[in-house]
Design a protein around this ligand. Sequence first.
Ligand code: NAD
Ligand code: IPM
Ligand code: MN
Length: 356
Amino acid sequence: MTYRIAVLPGDGIGAEIVPQAIRVLEAIGAKYGLSFTFTEGLIGGIAIDKTGQPLPAETLELCRNSDAILLGAIGGPKWDDLPTHLRPEVGALLPLRKELGLYANIRPCHTYDALADASTLKKEVLAGTDMVIIRELTGGLYFGSKGREDIDGVQKAWDTMLYSTPEIERIVRLAFETAGHRRKKLCSVDKANVLESSRLWRETVNRLAPEYPDIAVTHMYVDNAAMQFIRNPGQFDVVVTENTFGDILSDQASMLSASLGMLASASLGGHVGLYEPAHGSAPDIAGQKKANPIATILSAAMMLEYSFNRVAEARAIEAAIEAVLAKGFRTGDIMEAGKTLVNTEEMTDRVLEELA
Ligand code: NAD
Ligand code: IPM
Ligand code: MN
């Protein structure tokens, strides 16, 4: 079986971490008898520089004709001052997600025993943390109508948080189903004390809940959730929330695994899944071989599981990463005293050794 993978390294550390995930996929292929074709496409700032477009039609076509997409990260200071619709984020990543119907962003987050001391949070607080954030990805503020107006020298700008019941229903159903395969707890995060879209969100969750009688549902306001995530993260199993809240809460949750460089993601819902680390292009460390490749490697593991149903292969990658961390190998973001500092490629070398 040959899987066709569209590879979109993008900008900054994207070009450093994506090749690492490919190395791991190739090793998995050799070990388990799978084959992959990797076809590169341009996206983001590099695509603007080379073609004038953040998301060239060719790239979108490549993605549509692939079995899965592996994305690094896009954006950076060089392109920050372009008009909003031409920026890598708004001009490439959002339309890619929308065009491919990727409404569900899955971000699993658990504490690694080996990293308990690498986190900025206390060991006792982190113990037993194992949650998955299900973030709505093609609605809300990111896609509602937006605009600017200048009235007599006064600038006004707005973004609209808009959700329809079908948009809420499909993501909430996925969250209920996910909870059904886990510890059967679903926490829906909203701001229903203020926002109308959140009231609709909460009503929809409550309307669907009786269809999933074995799932214990709770609701939490997003401000409280931000606090509970670091007060007692072990209380969460599946968290479902709208686009912007999920964006912010998942970066925060990454610290439960000690670093943003550990947080993988899968964007699902259409014919082709997109797999990308939750972090960005990290301009502050780009080009220095410092980036942690684990979030991207774990995203490739999610690809094997969710797009190709290769669960044993995904578990093998996760186990290899656990073993490497247990042996004390660390990129700078998860470094602590007494451990061995490695660069991006060396971290991958160690993972490949474990897989061999
Ligand atoms: P960022 O996620 O790029 O970086 C935040 C911090 O985390 C930085 O200090 C960075 O060095 C660190 N970090 C991130 N990934 C790391 C890794 N793998 N290893 C070690 N350290 C890591 O967020 P930012 O600085 O706010 O944004 C930079 C650019 O990335 C912006 O243009 C932003 O829009 C873009 N961005 C893109 C994506 C994406 O492509 N999916 C996601 C988030 C941000
Ligand atoms: C992410 C990123 C993107 C988002 C940006 C770059 C548009 O932060 O994937 O989390 O907000 O969705
Ligand atoms: Mn984000």
